[in-house]
Design a protein around this ligand. Structure first.
Ligand code: PMP
Length: 417
């Protein structure tokens, strides 16, 4: 803390110091030092998160909210503090707007099953984009099957950019909800959210943003964006698995029916009827992932301890460097070539299947992802079975990019016709 004005002083960004915070990075895989470039699937955890989890399971652990005893009070306080940290992290107006869920997938299903079931009638429309992860497609399809709603899809260009004119054309007074990703997990495209949200609001639609690939790479301000819902997962942002967040504007959450019923989410229960707790508890039935939420709070503290602009610059430089080096290899094509991208480089080789590329790179200790990345409709649109994807986190380095490129070069040699 800066004693004068109590503003936390950001830790200077030094990638080697950051790497020392992540124990899992320092291991050999198949006889090579690990190069972990599968961060879009899940990121490794800093010591601060691991220690927080260990501490709470070792000492201050108890169930939350119900206990009058010391440990329960301490644990409940830490759980609610974590909610407050997440609220500040995305600049929510009120910690009550933060619902702890299992992850992005559960957050989106929650909105589909509450807001969606209440407001979507036969013939109403839900608008998604061709870039979406399956978790921002399938819940809406299920909702449409139940309600007679109609799912419409904003097309995407060959470069991986949303067709905003088509989007504005597809919007109408029938549109109840627009659900789009902030950053594409397959291509890295950053969507122009302000324009999308303003246009959707102009026709009276609500907007859900899938922030799974965004919150840890760029500052997110949900009030400034004015989105109605924002969903993300702890495990991609250096936090634990099994915990994530649904942000929703308080007025919307208050008016939404609950989804899952049980303990924690009620005010009073009788056999005739039950009444429900206030938000956020109305949406947190059962014992929550207590230590997961507290660990997520530690991840938020960790990310927030850095100069975030410096981290974003570092990640952007890695992406640009990888794009340049890979893009110069004959027989390799970068997939997703818009200017505004974050932390992801997807590519295909003329001569090798993405699964072969991923398997061979693994032999050199390089972890990437290969396949459809849970975006089958996008892959179909781009006429691809899949891609190989390298995705960067704050702890990756230029020399790791060079190892990736050397590894891809070896794959190419093996498959050269
Ligand atoms: N949306 C996007 C853009 C993602 O990248 C992912 C995870 N790959 C998800 C949603 C689903 O997240 P989770 O599996 O943590 O629920």
């Amino acid at each position: 803390m800066n004693a004068k004005n109590s503003v936390p002083v950001a830790r200077a960004f030094d990638v080697e110091a950051v790497r020392r915070d992540f124990p899992a990075l320092h291991q050999q895989v198949h006889g090579h030092p690990l190069v972990y470039l599968d961060n879009a699937a899940s990121a490794h955890k800093p010591r601060a998160v691991i220690d927080t989890i260990t501490h709470y399971y070792s000492t201050d652990y108890s169930n939350v909210h119900r206990g009058l005893h010391y440990l329960s009070e301490r644990c409940s306080q830490a759980y609610e503090d974590a909610r407050g940290k997440v609220a500040s992290f995305i600049h929510a107006k009120d910690a009550r707007e933060i619902i702890f869920v299992r992850g992005t997938t559960e957050a989106i299903n929650l909105v589909a099953n509450t807001y969606g079931r209440k407001h979507v009638r036969a013939g109403d429309e839900i608008l998604i984009s061709a870039l979406e992860h399956h978790s921002n497609i399938v819940p809406w399809q299920m909702l449409c099957e139940q309600t007679g709603g109609v799912l419409k899809v904003v097309p995407v260009s060959d470069a991986g950019e949303l067709d905003l004119e088509a989007f504005e054309h597809l919007l109408s007074s029938r549109t109840r909800l627009v659900a789009v990703t902030h950053v594409s997990n397959a291509l890295g495209t950053i969507n122009p959210l302000r324009r999308i949200i303003d246009a959707a609001h102009a026709v009276g639609a609500r907007v859900l943003i899938d922030g799974a690939q965004a919150v840890h790479h760029m500052p997110v301000d949900v009030q400034d964006l004015d989105c109605d819902f924002y969903a993300f997962s702890g495990h991609k942002m250096y936090g634990p698995t099994g915990i994530g967040v649904l942000y929703g504007k308080a007025a919307l959450l208050e008016a939404m029916p609950p989804w899952q019923g049980g303990g924690e989410m009620i005010r009073e229960v009788s056999f005739e009827r039950s009444t429900y707790a206030d938000i956020p508890f109305k949406f947190e039935a059962g014992t929550p992932h207590i230590v997961g939420a507290i660990g997520l709070g530690a991840a938020v503290d960790y990310i927030s301890s850095f100069d975030r602009a410096a981290v974003a610059r570092h990640e952007h430089e890695l992406m640009t460097y990888a794009t340049e080096l890979l893009g110069s290899l004959p027989g390799l094509r970068i997939v997703g070539t818009v200017a505004n991208k974050a932390s992801i480089v997807s590519f295909v080789l003329d001569d090798a299947h993405p699964h072969d590329v991923g398997t061979i790179l693994d032999r050199y200790g390089i972890a990437v992802r290969a396949g459809h990345h849970c975006t089958m409709p996008l892959m179909n649109r781009l006429c691809l079975g899949g891609t190989t994807r390298a995705s960067f986190a704050m702890y990756n380095t230029r020399s790791e990019v060079e190892r990736l490129v050397a590894g891809v070069g070896k794959v190419m040699e093996m498959f050269r016709r």
